[in-house]
Design a protein around this ligand. Sequence first.
Ligand SMILES: [Zn+2]
Ligand SMILES: [Zn+2]
Length: 938
Amino acid sequence: MANLGTKSKKEKANSTIRKYNPSAIEKKWQKYWAKNKTYQPNLDSANSSTGSGRGKPFYNLMMFPYPSAEGMHMGNMYAFTGSDVYGRFMRMRGYDVFEPIGLDGFGIHSENYALKVGRHPKEQAEVSEKNFYRQLRATGNGFSWDSKVETYDPEYYKWTQWIFIQLFKAGLAFRKKASVNYCPSCKTVLADEQVIAGKCERCGIEVVKKDLEQWFFKITDYAERLLNNIKDLDWSEKVKIAQRLWIGRSEDTEIDFQVKDNDFKVKIITTRSDTLFGATFLVIAPEHALVQKLKPKIKNWDDVEIYIKTAQSKTDFEREQSKDKTGVVLKGISAINPVNNKEVSMYIADYVLATYGTGAIMAVPAHDDRDFEFAKKFGLPIIHVIEPPKMPNILRVYVDDQDRSDLAQELRNMGRPMEYWTPTLRRYDVDISESGEVAEKLEKAGVGSDDDLEEIKKGGSFALEFEPAGVDFGTVYTGDGLHINSDFINGLNNEEAIQKMTKWLSEREIGGKTVHYHLRDWLISRQRYWGPPIPLVFCENCAKKIKNRESRVKNRQNFKKGELENPGWIAVSEKDLPVLLPDVKDWKPTGKGTSPLATVESFVKTKCPNCGGPAQRETDVSDTFLDSAWYFFRYTSTEFKDKAFDKKRVEKWLPVDMYIGGAEHSVLHLLYSRFITMFFNDLGLISFEEPYIKFRAHGLLIKEGAKMSKSKGNVVIPDKYIRKFGADTLRLYLMFLGPFTAGGDFYDTGIEGMHRFVKRIWVLVTSKSSIDKTTKEGLRFLHKTIKKVTEDMEALRYNTAIASMMEYYNFLSKQQTVSKDEIKTLILLISPFAPHISEEMWSITGFKNSVHRAPWPSFSQEHLVEKSTNIIVQINGRTRDVLSFNTADINNKRLIENTARISKKAEKYISNRPIRKVVYVPGKVINFVIDNGNGRAV
Ligand SMILES: [Zn+2]
Ligand SMILES: [Zn+2]
């Protein structure tokens, strides 16, 4: 039997060992997989007795990539590898795995790159596509290449446009003039979701507001469903939380404040109607329509007008985040608090946004931080209506370590030790809520005021101060408590008070309960070139027909819901799809609020699909997030030219079984694709309404402690590492960096160690050194490793799975002989991570077919009996015996104690003396404290 690779001299001496050549091996097997369609399931016959029919269909999806020609970076490879490892694992467990890939190449991201390199987006797309797919093949992922899609392919965006038309026909696409987010750098509008902390999600430039007429999707109609379904999703918890917050359901109360001596009302929405008695003024947004209506009565209009102009020049983000609260009182105007008929003044202030709620708030300065700041600044009344619960009465006592008096001892015993003030003077917090005895004693001892502290710090013994108890009316209190100064809700807590107040308001028809969502409608139009043209035309003739009441009634049947709701806008006939994106020279964004397509006359001029009259095409393109909201449907049906997807296919493969992607898409892509899926369900196209059964967010890959970014110039491209070490080493290294859901830190130096590990495995497997039978110890280690790796794979703990394989390798390398079974298992376990070398080793050791089609090894419990653990037996702290226990039993204190007590040596010392105490440190020591016969412990 040969030595198994622990000594390099012998390794070198062994002439039968082949050299590990990753580049040749990887190319060889990539060709083999392509030729044999190893990873292409039969999309129709999976899970049937014919065809591939291996098992249950398993849709393993990774998030749609949108790379530029700079190509795939290490972060992409990290995400894809983690997803691919899971897919391979599931395939070996008998599933028919579908793992498609494609390219989200339409949209601002790709167009911005084309702008940067000065190439037409269409030409650029060809370059990017070629480069990206080349890179992907080199990583060795098990993609179902026959099913790829690119969003800029007319065969794809034809159906993106078709989806737009379905939404339009259903009344879920509408046009309206709105104050929208506009990125001055990308020269287009953005959805709320694409504005991160006031900045453009794509380019990082500060977003401004513009009034523009735009297309929206009514995703808010789905808010309740989108929210309710979250609880049943098996998704990363942080992503579920992000979605809930973004949808942001709140149950509020509406309250009408009558403007004094006027017909106008100010409608406000609040979550805290219980504080209505504390509402001492109203604040409305400078843009609030009421301001203009009240203009004739406002006595300081000049000031008001200046303030409005200043407010409009600020971004929402600046306005909400500003530390310094500004505002202007509306002189001559006041409102009536409906609950007590008290007159309250009215202000405009920019911290209230017109777009949020009703654009007006009731200010309750005693119980809201922003209102409090505002009231302080403008000298407005502050009325407390909630009493904070009584705080425990805490004495802060400063006790010197050297003070040996009884009182000092007592304080040390009673108090909670806190920080040291001087090297010897320590603070203790003593709760005297129950008894004031200590305070009295301190008073008698002549200490007890804050003033003493300085004195005593110099060298003294102790001092104290009192924490205030009860209500502090000098600050804001936002918590729960009993209501005061509030007439019929006095004595109630927040929840009870809100209920009673809401009822009181609705009985008098001056308010009541409402439900609100933070979610806004999806702004879908973009004034850009590189996207699917919105498939609508505008027809004057049809607009007239719809606007005229008589003619509308007469022609009702001829129009779809969206057409009636958006007079003049007519959907392109479905047989005329796709509306091709014309090849134009002037494709750069104009910045004039229109798309570059608006200047292409041959594109704009068309015929109305409804009446045949002259019409104009919509020239905006749709947001790229629509492209990616349904791509996973298309993957299943790429060969179908007459439908977006085939129902049978989709029902077989969807919902997606495992979706892996970045947490940064928590509220964008994931929410939009859920909405589109629900819409498909409503159309009766599919039977389910959630697209992804399981979603896991992978962690972030960083580079030597820093986030990878183009601006820092530390973006790593995988190509050179693959050339030097092979994709297998790189894959293993990436997955070893940390738990996949937590991310990892990439070091150039770290990869070398992994490469050595791969080479060692190669040597171990390729040296002919196997016997037929696995030893008993070998069996135990084998099954233990299978169990650990299997459990880790299921939980995406790839790093510890690899660590177990390393341990297993170490074990095998120290054995005189290894069995064929041991080698086989090692290859199988490592194959999802290192798909090429495992194929090569599989074939060298004489196995047929692809290792990736072989079943995942199973473990059996009978071999999992653990080693024994030695436990020291002590009597009164002295070691008297050492006993061996089954490791599985070390937490069974009763068993350990009973066994140890009757052990020969221990029993001699214990004899019949009473045991006072048994101290057990699991897995280490058990100590019996016994009487020495005189009633004292020896
Ligand atoms: Zn931008
Ligand atoms: Zn028409």
